[in-house]
Design a protein around this ligand. Sequence first.
Ligand code: C5P
Length: 225
Amino acid sequence: MTPVITIDGPSGSGKGTISQLVAERLGWHLLDSGAIYRVLGLAADRAGITAQQPAELAALARSLELSFQGGRVLLGDEDVSQLIRTETAGNAASKVAALPQVRTALLDWQRAYAKVPGLVADGRDMGTVVFPDAAVKIFLTASAQERALRRYKQLKGKGLDANLARLVAEIQERDDRDQNRSVAPLKAPAAALEIESTSLSIEEVLKRVLERVYKTYPGLAVPAT
Ligand code: C5P
């Protein structure tokens, strides 16, 4: 069976960055499952399909022309990497992601990313639903205030407008929707290594994750750093 590492957690917990670093370090594939829901939210918006039309959304999910190329996310031929990273796109994603029909439509597709030599899967339900047999499960958290602050700095760093109070409110709203939906709610998988990253650096989080990985797979060659 292909080894899978799942990294779940709320928005802004740093799981995207950590997943990418772990995948690079091991030379494994990376699945950014949030990007799938974000692209679906965008495609639905363009097609005029709302969250009140679950059957249409599930059909759209099944025919979604999404591909990952290097670090880019493509919808058909269009590079939507930047477009899907806004707070609006995140909120649209979390609305379509709350629908059971949509999640079912995307299950096999996500599982097909588990290919040799291994997969790092980043999301909300990677360890609980999509890859329940994964040998390494990580659950990354941080306070809503800290996550909003990280996002604020990221936006300001890009020269974009940002309002910290609004970001905190948006993060809390999205957490609330992700944690309380009826299907695949955001929660720590059983036996997951939980890392509270509010006061940890990326390097410290990465170190803890890799320690767990090498403990679980002692045969993995530790690449030179
Ligand atoms: O991780 P990211 O912020 O890109 O995810 C965007 C939204 O997609 C989340 O707020 C969540 O509602 C949804 N999502 C999900 N299941 C996943 C990944 C993301 O429901 N595995």
